[in-house]
Design a protein. Structure first.
Length: 290
């Protein structure tokens, strides 16, 4: 093995070891996937485990919609009129994050505004509208194009009565979406810049970005939350080295008590933050033993 390969192997093993130590401090099951654009190396822990991705799946919707825009099948300036029906998925009123739940029917939004709401505020109604505008078949075609065999994203948020299988993905495949975005595999620079701008403006920076606020690292991320899972996925841009892509999903045990759930979500967010901090610190170290 030459020195370059030996150094890369050492670096990968050291990062994996440090992350494993951090994972062992948690009482929860954790799926993690890290990709280093500087070396092309992957670090994984339970990364192939299929989980319900919650709002993390909105990254797939974003990639699909921007591909359609570049093809001319959709326009960022297209206008959409919000209806009262949009606030429901089947018979279930859509809840969770976002502002469209309280917006007046008849309000008009461009596709670009809906994408911004879906990513920056994780608006569930905006996500369902984008899924409808893009078409579920296009979303699954995007997953197939990327070779994501463990990813499904055709079921609307809060559609509890749908006959479609629940959305699903893995930490590895969510990270592969980020890698495809950064590598420009899907569309040109204009659409890539828009996607990264939206991820950079994501409101929730309290997971992967929790302990990176003064690090100089730009966190372009998307969070996902349901009672049994807290997750975050991000492209990490360093001032002094190539970027990295990171996805972390923390599984939580069920509880009937709202306060217990709130405490567990906070603990999961801190765990994600510590794992991201550990990964970033190690990635920034330039030297390895020769």
């Amino acid at each position: 093995m030459n020195k370059k390969l030996a150094a890369a192997d050492y670096r990968q093993n050291k990062i994996a070891l440090l992350l494993d130590r951090e994972v062992e401090k948690s009482a929860y099951d954790i799926s993690l996937c890290l990709y280093d654009f500087a070396t092309g190396l992957w670090v994984e822990r339970n990364a192939r485990k299929q989980l319900y991705p919650a709002s993390l799946i909105k990254i797939l919707y974003l990639l699909t919609a921007l591909c359609l825009v570049e093809r001319g099948a959709l326009s960022l300036g297209d206008s959409y009129t919000l209806t009262e029906k949009d606030k429901y998925a089947g018979k279930t009123r859509i809840a969770g994050t976002g502002i469209l739940q309280s917006a007046a029917a008849g309000n008009r939004y461009t596709v670009e505004e809906l994408l911004s709401l879906m990513i920056c505020l994780s608006d569930n109604i905006a996500a369902n509208i984008i899924l409808e505008l893009a078409g579920p078949q296009e979303v699954q075609a995007m997953a197939a194009r990327l070779g994501l065999t463990g990813t499904r994203g055709t079921r609307k948020m809060f559609d509890l009565e749908s006959s479609l299988p629940p959305n699903a993905s893995t930490a590895r495949e969510l990270t592969e979406m980020l890698v495809a975005l950064e590598n420009g595999q899907l569309f040109g620079e204009t659409m890539k810049d828009l996607a990264l701008a939206l991820l950079g403006r994501t409101k929730n920076k309290d997971r992967i970005g929790r302990y990176l606020r003064t690090s100089g690292v730009l966190v372009a991320n998307k969070t996902g939350t349901v009672p049994h899972m807290v997750g975050d996925m991000a492209l990490l841009y360093f001032p002094d080295r190539p970027p990295a892509a990171l996805t972390i999903m923390v599984e939580l045990p069920p509880s009937r008590f709202a306060l217990a759930n709130k405490f567990r979500r906070l603990a999961a967010a801190k765990t994600i933050g510590r794992l991201a901090f550990t990964a970033v610190n190690e990635l920034r170290k330039a030297s390895v033993p020769q």
